[in-house]
Design a protein around this ligand. Structure first.
Ligand code: NDP
Ligand code: GDR
Length: 372
């Protein structure tokens, strides 16, 4: 991936070779993913490659590399078996979205790109709306005009969120009223309805996945689960003393991201487009997550956690617990990883990471507070 960054954007094919599971005669399906460099983008790419797809991703230009989550599946683009290709673009740039949809001619488009941090959306509300709400509209328009011009069939997935339910009490399902509590959540509601509207107005095969929180060792480090498991690893290994958090009373329905990307794909394989809730149906407070994560390495979280009001949100979402009966019954999806397994997976991974950091710190390659 590094090799390609000095080239012009259009010459940025990055590739991956995995064994094709498709029959020789079947044409290779093409997927286009916005947000490919994010947590879900990386799991979805792995999943689609394992299904024999050619995967195209839109990445943002950044002064630092932002492709770390894809490194393990990178293969030199000169290899003819390369099946992952990256292209510079942005959800704020309609012309780029049109260009990539028209030139790649995807069969499926997954809109995962977002300013996805709820807390940050209070600080950057305009930008969040531009990327999350109008960005979805731009991509829908790119798909619609492409279909209109070419007559091709293209299916569209919109990454909806349980945050749209906000203040409405659980259990939340497809018929639950939205009551968003942040600029991010309001923007996701707009994207949800744009998607429904394009389905109704233009007959677009467009689905909303209403996904409850899903986590993994690849979760961004400023979301609460990963912030906790990173701290557990570093505290256990002696690199950190305190963990500063906000509201510990909020409850979330936490699942494993690897399970959830399969649900996205399943939605696009059906005869008819529809909207589905994806959830474990099990909810825990942040405090319970702390208990489980610190307890896993034999530590007591109360000895390390301090409350910093900076992390409180102007309006909070207290309690999310999904009801995913529809996708379980109609599409046969169910989560494979439960809460305890998820916490264990994340803590073990971050413990290993902290051990590597310790070696670097002890040998003077990084400062102990520095996280490479
Ligand atoms: P991440 O924050 O890990 O990834 C977001 C992705 O969007 C990154 O690839 C990021 O690029 C990209 N992105 C950000 N801004 C733009 C932009 N202006 N134009 C193009 N791409 C952009 O999110 P997740 O993988 O966790 O989530 C995927 C999607 O699902 C998001 O839409 C999120 O809102 C939604 N969602 C997530 C849930 C969860 O629990 N994880 C639950 C429900 C919904 P870069 O790497 O350069 O920052
Ligand atoms: P959320 O996830 O807002 O549910 O959005 P996050 O992990 O940020 O917060 C969960 C809960 O933990 C509380 N909290 C803290 N949160 C963060 N980030 N940092 C802290 O220090 C902290 N202390 C307490 C929060 O107040 C909140 O109640 C995630 C994102 O992935 C969205 O994109 C997605 O749509 C939803 O999940 C479903």
């Amino acid at each position: 991936i590094f090799l390609n960054h000095h080239r012009a954007p259009t010459a940025l094919p990055v590739a991956l070779a995995t064994l094709s599971t498709m029959a020789e005669t079947e044409p290779m399906k093409k997927a286009l993913i916005s947000g490919i460099t994010g947590q879900d983008g990386s799991y979805l790419t792995e999943f689609l490659l394992s299904k024999g797809y050619e995967v195209h991703g839109i990445i943002r230009r950044s002064s630092n590399f932002n492709t770390q989550r894809l490194e393990h599946i990178y293969i030199d683009p000169h290899n003819s078996s390369a099946r992952m290709k990256l292209h510079y673009g942005d959800l704020t740039d309609a012309s780029a979205l049109r260009k990539w949809v028209d030139s790649i001619c995807p069969d499926e488009v997954y809109n995962l790109g977002a300013q996805s941090h709820v807390g940050v959306s209070f600080e950057n509300p305009d930008y969040t709306a531009d990327v999350v709400a109008t960005g979805a509209l731009r991509l829908l328009e790119a798909v619609r005009t492409h279909i209109e011009t070419t007559g091709r069939k293209v299916r569209y997935y919109q990454a909806g969120s349980s945050e749209m339910y906000g203040a409405t009490p659980p259990p939340q399902d497809e018929n639950t009223v939205f009551h968003p509590r942040s600029p991010y959540a309001v923007s996701k509601v707009a994207a949800h309805w744009y998607t429904v509207n394009y389905r109704e107005a233009y007959g677009l095969f467009a689905c909303n996945g209403i996904l409850f929180n899903h986590e993994s060792p690849r979760r961004g480090e400023n979301f609460v689960t990963r912030k906790i498991t990173r701290a557990v690893g570093r505290i256990k290994i002696g690199l950190q003393k305190k963990l500063f958090l906000g509201n510990l009373k909020a409850s979330r329905d936490w699942g494993f991201a690897g399970d959830y990307v399969e649900a996205m794909w399943l939605m696009l394989q059906q005869d008819k487009p529809d909207d589905y809730v994806v959830a474990t149906e099990d909810s825990h407070t942040v405090e319970e997550f702390l208990e489980e994560a610190f307890g896993y390495v034999g530590l007591n979280w109360q000895d390390y956690v301090e409350i910093d009001p900076r992390y409180f949100r102007p309006s909070e979402v207290d309690n999310l617990r999904g009801s995913s009966a529809k996708i379980r019954e109609l599409l046969g999806w169910k989560p494979k990883v439960d809460f305890k397994q998820l916490v264990a997976m994340m803590v073990e991974s971050d413990l290993e990471r902290a051990k590597r950091e310790k070696v670097l710190a002890d040998n003077g390659y990084i400062a102990s507070h520095q996280q490479p």
